[in-house]
Design a protein around this ligand. Sequence first.
Ligand code: MAN
Ligand code: CA
Length: 223
Amino acid sequence: MLSYSSYMLTAVAALLVTCHALRKCPGIPGLPGVPGLPGRDGLKGQPRLPGLIGPSGNLMGPPGRDGLPWPQGLPDSLDAELHNVLVNLKHRLSRLEGVLALNGKIREVGEKILASNGKEVDFASALESCEEAGGTLATPMNEEENKAILGIVKQYNRYAYLGIKEGETSGQFKYINGTPLNYTKWHQYEPNGKGTEKCVEMYTDGSWNDEKCNLYRLTICEF
Ligand code: MAN
Ligand code: CA
């Protein structure tokens, strides 16, 4: 449902970042008037940006002062409208985040968004559903993130698999992207599986236990 607006936000954001970072915007020769973007936010019925979505021709202008090619400027009116679109999209996203947080559907910690589907499945299935949704298994990388994940574990009162696995060397746990852990919260006497418990679960006090990967544990994802 959000994929179109996410796409538009990304496209507009990419353009604006370029515009503002470079203080110049890609040139669109002969751009008619002030085009709008289709959508539900008061910008209905206007044509798409020719050249931004369709073929654009050469976006780079003549060389800049340092001799490197430099994008030509958009008209100020379009720059202002794109800025306005981005401000509105940010405001709408922040309200949607507010609704989801209010309903206990998401938790935000730093740059991460955490969410659970409430399902208890084995490690591989949990990871798969997180990845299908565009995220990965929740992976606490500091105390604040551990507490945020714990909030969801307590909400469902179920142990949850974390995005951590044992490497080839027994007792050596890593993030699922293969990098070594920079934060741990092992329960007393854990990890104790010595190669027989290659996954990690979070208990309802936030501490960690190495555990078999084929148990049914709460799925918590991060995005
Ligand atoms: C069970 C398993 C182990 C854990 C011990 C703790 O045997 O969950 O992973 O270490 O309990 O007593
Ligand atoms: Ca254990």
